[in-house]
Design a protein around this ligand. Structure first.
Ligand SMILES: [Fe+2]
Length: 364
């Protein structure tokens, strides 16, 4: 049966933040936005400052366990997670662990989260414009070997999501660029995935259009463009929450953690090559070309390369020899990644290996 998964309510626009935390008794916030958030909150509420240990934007296992213990001490009925992807993802996972006795993250990697019934209400407030985790049914965590695990299930959907553009005006240029390219990648990958979901795909395609018009100006600091990128992030997330993603994210999860590259940056480095790789397997890049004011799939590839150049995102060859040597292993892992099921082009490890080697050699 066709379905559209979204949080119970999505609030977007200036001033929405003030109305979102009225009935929550615990706020989990990243250190980078804590001062700004405490200035906006008048009611009596407990705070936990969430500090992740990794450099790449995703929480480590121990971060999730520490947060779980901290939440358990407060015993809240409703939690607001305010920040970038790591804060919201860690809170989602901590609440899942708290909902069920005697489960740990290893159990969730093996069994998924479909058997879990979340007991505490969650409000997701994104303060960057890329992860879409306020909307999605996903959460990412890095295990002790540096491998990223993406978990998906209804227990990971927020009860309410908030997209107030006033929270993204002070983002650094770098964060705006990387998170914006992540949102664009979500939009393109979900629109071209093998899952057809009309409302989700419509949101994804419109998100491509909005991101195309606004990403450069948003990084330059234009306020209206930053606002529009926040909505593009929201809409792209409705796309990938329902139509899923593909090989670009399958690869970026394998490479980003190992080489300490921010998620949006490695997606951007891969994206033009992924479009070329997938081009023969779907006609949907033509729609993407159209909303970007372009004609062909090749035009889209060149456009993404130009945007990367303007944003200072380097070519794939800058990953160096260590990456090149690791390509066969990365290719093997990617072949078995769940996201390959929804990628338009099916590929065995040898094909992925050949593609990565060729790209590495040419993309200088
Ligand atoms: Fe992403």
């Amino acid at each position: 049966m066709p379905k559209l998964y979204t949080p119970g309510r999505i609030l977007f626009g200036y001033g929405t933040f003030e109305h979102t935390i009225e009935d929550c008794d615990l706020i989990i916030v990243s250190p980078s936005v804590k001062t700004k958030i405490t200035q906006k909150i008048e009611n009596d509420v407990e705070f936990i400052e969430f500090k992740r240990s990794s450099k790449t934007g995703e929480p480590l296992e121990q971060d999730v366990y520490n947060l779980k213990d901290a939440i358990e001490r407060v015993k809240p009925g409703c939690v607001a997670a305010i920040g970038g992807g790591s804060v919201i993802d860690a809170t989602k996972l901590a609440l899942v662990l708290l909902s069920q006795r005697n489960i740990d993250l290893k159990t969730l990697y093996q069994k998924g989260v479909s058997f879990v019934e979340k007991k505490t209400r969650l409000i997701g407030v994104e303060t960057t414009s890329g992860t879409g985790t306020g909307i999605s049914a996903a959460a990412v965590v890095i295990d002790n070997d540096g491998v990223k695990h993406g978990l998906v299930g209804e227990a990971l959907i927020c009860d309410r999501a908030v997209y107030d553009p006033s929270l993204v005006m002070s983002m650094s240029k770098e964060t705006t660029a990387y998170s914006g390219m992540d949102a664009l990648t979500h939009a393109i990958e979900s629109y071209t995935s093998t899952i057809d979901n009309l409302p989700a795909d419509t949101m994804a395609l419109k998100a491509v259009e909005i991101a195309g018009e606004n990403i450069i100006k948003a990084v330059e600091g234009d306020k209206k463009s930053r606002e529009m990128m926040h909505y593009a992030n929201l809409m792209a997330a409705i796309g990938f929450a329902n139509s899923r993603l593909g090989i670009c994210h399958a690869l970026s999860h394998k490479i980003g953690g190992r080489f300490n590259i921010p998620h949006g940056k490695i997606n951007a480095m891969l994206l033009p090559h992924i479009i070329s790789f997938n081009a023969s397997a779907t006609s949907r890049y033509k729609d993407i070309a159209m909303v970007l004011g372009l004609k062909t799939t090749k035009d889209v590839v060149n456009w993404v390369k130009e945007v990367n150049e303007k944003l200072g995102i380097p070519p794939l060859s800058t990953l160096g020899e260590k990456f090149y040597e690791m390509i066969p292993q990365i290719a093997r892992e990617t072949e078995n990644d769940g996201l390959m099921k929804t990628n338009p082009r099916k590929a065995k490890a040898e094909e992925i290996e050949g593609f990565l080697k060729e790209t590495f050699e040419k993309d200088a």
